[in-house]
Design a protein. Structure first.
Length: 550
């Protein structure tokens, strides 16, 4: 009983957030289905399953699942190549099964290796994409489909040229409604009395006001009235038979078709990676810093895709845009995702005519606010102040996500981060203190906690550059791991090259398992990771430092 009460403890804020996500998700579901060459309702089905089923099964508190723009090209190509939508649904079912398997083999743990600066760069890039793509919609120019995230559009335009084209196609009514909606969205949270009314989100107020304004424009046959092509366009079934026709079953004969399996595998891989990236992003956005079990998430996505395929839905992922809108609207738990799914289901059946009165311009205003929060200039300054090792992967990911796509952008950021890690690892594997290189001086080489084979080259170069007749202390007091290659190199240096060059080598703090004898007076340490023991060994080194070469 307490568990269920806890689930509904944030109902007011979660309901308001779910309502906002529903308003954002509806045109995105339709737009992505249209761009994918699939039946329009297949996007809505995916949104419903993603909200209710995946929302319930997932352990994520903020993420929202549904049809993803990142899969649009794959879906369009697959439907064309396979020649039938029901064969494609079989591929989606296979993708769901594969995701379920990935969850059971704990493949979700790879998300732990996504650097924070890359995730933040991805979010900022998505924010800029949202802004660039929604500006035309705010002015009543809607040739590109809702939910498009590609810089290069399928109509031959790009995100910048589309904005320039707006100047020849400005629809005054849409522009006015977008401005009114933005005013409501910005002013509402700043008015103390209204801010306390959490059940009524400002986005809903903006939508209601925009519908009423457009009805006034229509009644007065004003030049400001918004044409139907600039409104939400949800198909309305005219009979029970048409309603039944919405649900399409997969053709399981496709199991014997190798092409279907290739498509299924492709969808499983791309959808899983996008989901893991979104989950990491959602956890970063969570003010309570709750962490999601990504293996459970893969299982939830797998079940969701299997169910979606069985009734004619598109493949789904956890989606950054809807998740960002959910967080920005004040969601506290996954109940908001479930509510958004329920609202999608109920509204498309009961009030499709009312939904088709919503101007795309007001939804553009909602998304512009979401985009600004994701791409806030303060985030860029934050990483700039952290230095080049944090800023360069961040800005590379950011730019590549905007001009290429999400996966390529993240891949570039990961590669740059890996290069920096390798470079930094090589430099930080040891601290090299040279005290003058004069007769009788001591050279200290202090090894870091972990010394891998990647550090072999740098350490080797340092040892080779040591002058003849010098005195060297190699200190492994703080190490917890030294690669076998490095240990062999140190041993060979101590026993062969150091003797040839008359270099006096002292080894300190090498553990018993390293199989290297510490110099006289210094016993081999044991592997006990405890601060007291580490400090004690450091004190021993300091106290005996002056007697090393007596």
């Amino acid at each position: 009983m307490n568990k269920h009460l806890g689930f509904f403890s944030n109902f007011k804020s979660d309901f308001a957030a779910g309502l906002v996500v529903f308003l954002v998700a509806l045109p995105l579901c339709l737009g992505i289905a249209l761009a994918s060459g699939a039946p329009l309702f297949s996007g809505v089905i995916s949104g419903v399953i993603g909200g209710i089923v995946v929302g319930y099964l997932s352990k994520s508190h903020l993420s929202v699942s549904g049809p993803a723009a990142g899969l649009t090209a794959i879906v369009l190509s697959a439907i064309t190549d396979l020649g039938a939508f029901n064969l494609f649904l079989t591929a989606v079912f296979i993708a769901g099964v594969l995701q379920l398997v990935l969850g059971f083999i704990k493949a979700g743990t790879i998300s732990n290796y996504f650097p924070t600066n890359v995730i933040e760069g991805m979010l900022a890039g998505i924010g800029v994409i949202i802004i660039l793509k929604q500006i035309p919609h705010a002015f009543g120019y809607d040739p590109d489909f809702e939910g498009d995230e590609s810089f290069l559009q399928i109509d031959g335009q790009n995100s910048f040229s589309e904005i320039f084209n707006v100047f020849g196609h400005i629809q005054l009514g849409s522009m006015l409604i977008a401005l009114v909606s933005l005013t409501i969205l910005i002013a509402w949270p700043k008015i103390k009395v209204l801010r306390k009314v959490k059940v009524v989100p400002p986005a809903l107020v903006a939508v209601v006001v925009s519908i009423l304004l457009n009805e006034v424009f229509r009644a007065n046959v004003s030049v400001l009235q918004i044409a139907n092509e600039h409104l939400v366009n949800l198909p309305i079934p005219k009979s029970v038979e048409e309603l039944k026709g919405i649900f399409i079953a997969p053709n399981f004969i496709g199991f014997s078709n190798p092409k279907v399996w290739i498509v299924g595998l492709t969808i499983a891989i791309v959808a899983s990676i996008e989901t893991l990236l979104c989950i990491e992003a959602a956890d970063r956005m969570d003010s309570q810093r709750r962490y999601t079990d990504t293996n459970v998430e893969l299982k939830a996505q797998g079940i969701g895709n299997m169910l979606s395929a069985l009734i004619g839905g598109l493949p789904m992922t956890s989606v950054v845009v809807r998740t960002s809108a959910n967080q920005a609207a004040g969601a506290k738990s996954k109940l908001s995702s479930i509510i958004h799914g329920v609202l999608l289901l109920v509204s498309v059946i009961s009030i499709p005519t009312l939904l088709n009165k919503i101007p795309l311009a007001t939804l553009a205003a909602v998304l512009l606010m979401v985009g600004y929060k994701l791409a806030n200039p303060k985030i860029i300054l934050h990483f700039w102040e952290k230095g080049k090792y944090q800023f360069v992967p961040f800005i590379a990911t950011f730019v590549a996500v905007v001009f290429l796509d999400l996966l390529k952008g993240v891949a570039l950021g990961m590669v740059i981060s890996a290069i920096f890690v390798l470079k930094g690892n090589m430099k930080r594997a040891y601290r090299f203190r040279k005290e003058g290189y004069q007769e009788g001086d001591i050279i200290h080489i202090e090894l870091a906690q972990e010394v891998s084979f990647l550090n072999k080259s740098a350490i080797k170069t340092t040892l080779n550059d040591l002058p003849p007749n010098s005195k060297v202390v190699i200190n492994a007091t703080d190490t917890v791991y030294i690669a076998h290659d490095v240990l062999d190199m140190i041993y060979e240096f101590q026993t062969i090259k150091a003797k040839d060059l008359n270099i006096n080598v002292k080894l300190v703090g090498f553990k018993a398992e390293y199989n290297l004898e510490n110099s006289e007076g210094y016993k081999n340490t044991v592997t006990i990771e405890h601060k007291y023991n580490v400090m004690k060994r450091k004190m021993e080194v300091i106290e005996n430092k002056e007697t090393f070469f007596e």
